[in-house]
Structure formats: structure tokens, C-alpha cells
Design a binder for this molecule. Sequence first.
Ligand code: GYE
Length: 390
Amino acid sequence: MQKRTIVHLLILSGLVLAGLCGCGKQSGPPGEQTAGSTEQGSGAGESSASGQEETAGEAEYFINGAGAVVWRGKQLTIGFSQIGAESDWRLASSASMEDTFSIGNGYNLIFDNAQQKQENQIKAIREFIDQGVDYIILDPIVETGWTSSLKEAKEAGIPVIVVDREVRADDEDLYTAWFGSDFRLEGDRACMWLKEYLKQSGWKKRVNIVHIQGTIDSSAQIGRSQALFDAAKENGWNLLRSSCGDFVQAKGKEVAETALKEFGDEIQVFYCENDNMAYGAIEAIEESGRKAGFNLSEGEILILSFDSAREGLEYTLSHQIAVDTECNPLYGPALSRLILELETSAAVSKKNYSEEEQFSAYESISSLTVDNQDLPVTMITPDLIKKRIY
Ligand code: GYE
């Protein structure tokens, strides 16, 4: 497995950061300590503790309690092409960007909602270039089709930071850095949990799975789907159907309804590639007179989900989602630190992965070995849900 940069996204560490950071002096090149930094919750914020503002060129900056870089004496214009507003995750990602790149923090954010259309994203990039923004941040709906837009930005000398989903590897030289989640690892964790659960619960029959996919060709779909395809092959699981629900609750519900009509009591598992589609599946299951839960031998349907949004965690606490694998949307502060690095030094890490958790109420699985790493499964509690930001 490649060596990777892990960046904590400050969900749980927000308070810690608020205590640790302030404005201040950095003890080395910012490039070694900020968003592209190596380990453990590190960021520009945590390296600063002297209570002074640091300077970068003529301007001063400091790190606020949320871990975001606040500029004094200059304003950076950021063009952000957001995919849409399809899920709780997406709304949280937009809010994080808006909170971070606010006027008060020294930014002029040009936010473009592409309404799920790649052509709108391509148009937005062109407009950002025409407007002469300082940075372009792109969350690409799918992985392919970006070469000419990225070339145009490069020719205009505007750095592009890709966030969340990825662009195809062939275009790697055309953007400055990527920041997001390891979707394949998320899928592997979910599948490993299912494998362990089936073992522990003594389920002997071939397990039948309905797979509700996110937007086809998006990185999140590719990684999470591929993990399931490989695990199904390896463990002899039966994939009754894979259908696209576009990460949207209503479409997830539709896919679930159709599958419940067609396969009825044969279904044991729904593998939902995000929380909103899981909420839709739960509605459909309940309306069909069945129950979402762990107890397969009593006819309950076990749901695997991703994102770990607040409502997803509530369903996890009530066992309606068996395991929710986290995907963290709160990118804003870490992106602002990545931009700080670019403002103050030339070198940033190309690929930056966020570190994520996995939540369940099933107490007998407290950790899983995936890719030779021992990864914890956190027992969900009302307290954890209360602290959830999204
Ligand atoms: O899981 C889903 C969203 O790209 C990781 O997109 C993101 C996914 C997320 O709409 O809820």
C-alpha cells in the first residue's frame, strides 16, 4: 500500500485544536506542519502556540479555533465548484467551505453549485479562470473528462486543488494537490465488518445482498462498489442487484422498493453507498412490513452505510444501520492550511487522505484487520451523536 499523508479533519479534534492553537509562530517551514503534514491531527494550528500572528509576505495570518487559516491584510479569491446538494454529506461540505472561506477570514469565495452536471463544473472552471481567482477548488462529480479544463487553469497559472472525489490518474500533473477519503478502504472496512458479523452470528446460508450505488463513475462509488464486488467474490456472497441511487434518499428508496418487490424475503443485506440512500432503504423496508436490524434469522435486513452523518448515527444507535463507515466532509479548515502552504512554500503533498472511523452498536466487533491495519470499530453512544457536527 502506498505511503500516504493522513490529515485529521477536526471533527472530533475541533475542541482540542481550539485549545492548542492560536495565532502564532511556526517552528519550521509551514510546509512541514500544515494540511499536507504527516500525522496525528497535525496542522498549522497545532504547531502555533505563541499567541502572535505569523507573517507570510506582507500579510499576517493566524489559525482560528476551527483550525482554519485567517488572513489579515490580504484577501484570497477562491473559486469552488461544488457538485450539488444531493446529501447530508454534501450540505455539510458546502457549509464547511463557506464557514472557512468567509470574508471575515480573509477570503472571497465564489461558490458554484453545479446541480450534479459536469458541464456546469466545466463552465464554472472557465468562469473562475476569466475572473482571475487565486485558487480553484474542484470537487469532481466523476473522475474523467477534466483534462482540458485543468489544462486551461494550468496555462492561466491558477493552482487547482481537487477535493473529495478524484480526477483520473492520467491528469495528475494538471492539478496541484488532492484532498479526500480512501473510498476503497471505506468499502473494505464495511465488507470486513459484514464478513465478521456473519461469522459471529453463525449465518450458514449464502447471504443475498442488494447493492445501492452512488453516482456511477464517481470516486466514492468506484471505491465502495469495487470493495463489495471483490468481497462478494471472495466470500461467496450473492449480489442480487447493483442499482444506482445517485446518493439521493428518494432514489435510494426507489431502488430498495423495487428490490423488495422483486426479491422479497430472499434479501438479507442492503449495502448502501451513503447515508441518505440508507435512510431511503429503511423507509422502504419498513413500508414493506419488514424491519432493518441485525437479526437475520428473524427476517431483519442488515444495512451497511457510509458517511456517518448525525441521522445515520442515530439509525446506528437504534440498530437500523448495522455499521456506518465514516466519510468526513469537513474539508474547509484543512484546505485553508493547504493553501497556506502554497502561499508560503512551493512543496505540498500531492495526495492527502483524511483519517476516518467506523461506528456500530454491535458490541462483539470492536476492531477489524483491513489491509494489514488494525482499525477500531467505535461503539456508538448518544454522546457521540450529540457532538456530531454534520
Ligand atoms: O458519500 C455522499 C455524497 O463524494 C464522498 O458524495 C462523497 C459522497 C458522499 O453525496 O453522501
